[in-house]
Design a protein. Sequence first.
Lengths: 277, 264
Amino acid sequence: MKRPQNRSEPVAALSLPGLRKGGKATRPWVPGADVSLRLASLLAFVLLWQILAAILDSSLLPSPAAVFVRVAEETASLVLPQHLTITLGRVVVSFLLAMAIGTAIGIAMGRWRRVDLFLDAWLVLGLNIPALVTIILCYVWFGLTDVAAIVAVAINKIPTVVVMVREGARAIDPRLMQVARAYRLSRWRTFTRVYLPQLVPYLMAAARSGLSLIWKIVLVVELLGRSNGVGFQLNVFFQFFDISGILAYTLVFAAVVLLVEALLMRPLERRLTGWRG
Amino acid sequence: MTGPTEMLEIDIARKRYPDRGGRPHLALADLRLSIGGGEFVCVVGPSGCGKTTLLNVVGGLDADVDGRVLLDGKPPSAGVGFMFQEPRLMPWLTVLDNVLLVAPDPEAARPHARALLEAMELGDVLDAYPGRLSGGMQRRVALARAFSIDPGLLLMDEPFVSLDAPTANRLRTMLVELWQRRGATVLFVTHDLREALALGDRVCFLSGSPGRVVLDLPVGLPRPRAHDDEAVSTLYAELMTRYPEILAGLAASAEDIEGGGDGR
């Protein structure tokens, strides 16, 4: 009959402007041991690659050094930064779009059973429709435009956001919501300070898996129907069997992903869940 | 006494809710209770008699009721403090922010909230998260939260249950002091008759389900009183012999302090 006492534990803080959330809540930067282990893992990867390239000695697997030179060349000529910026722009826009729409639908489905029942079949369809199909259909219906590209990516991502946020909305602690009601908090304050913080772990999970999925799909979208961006460039390199070009772009892309994770996602998560410390 | 004191009138003809099988369960019937402004009324009753349901109705958490609740002639709106069986603090907010959460204007309320917390010996943990505090301290924060809005009406649902006796007594003393200093109409629900006698100006006894008031008893003992005062013990014993049938359920339920489940 009673809910377990620790129901409200796995939730996190949402920091809002105007409400004090001191730096004291955030833990200090990762201890040195963690960083060195991460670096060691990176070095091991490059080393393995070097060994493999040396053994094979083929133009199909250029050595790390050759690829780094290629990165420098492409960067110096500004070709790589230009395509990378365009791709990142598409990633950011479709990511934000997918998160916003997916969160709204997820909350509605988690909260109202009727909405859940009504949309559940759509959700299953959305989760299982191949990315390629939505991409092709979007291009056919909306033309070979950026809008079509972004819509196609967002459509692919929204269902997974919905599933995760719905889970979070179902796990909302009714006892904390009662506090908000008993003290007659405004809808806005209830939502931002009582409701959303409980969703934070689910939103973070959705954002993480969302970024990794969107990176991949954006490239496919660019390959199929855009004349710029990293995906387009990879296709060009593919036509010429330019493996070092492909690896150079891949490397930069991977570096960007790691940077986003280290400089954005992890600090954000530390900040939002600092209270658990 | 300072601060607002408001008269509370409760008139519940019928309150049902679906039980676990989905059938309607009659929790309260013909429950009438009138509390004067600034009065401290304790409601006692056996587990499952609808005490929590009563508070939820009065506090506006449950509007699906055949009856009405009036605070100074109007349905209660802002200015109602509520303490639950568990502290129910937001774990992601610091102690101070938890108190400010319920303030209509948090920035303006900050000095007042700080002063209140400091007076309640929580000055050292203003910026701590509730998860790091002991159970007793968490209740103290919840008590501070309830008083921080200068409530006209304070609703308390067995707020000191499952605490060790000294901690619970300390909180009771704190509650009575705050109430005497700031003034509020208090509706305090408990299944511990001794606690009710130690705290209330009046003690109302609810029957078993469906709950209604079967005995309304003024408590004239002088304050301050403590949970284990001789006067309280004497009155307790006297009531036990005088109303054995009404108090039978209480005596039994007081055994399992943890299991104070009231259905809702």
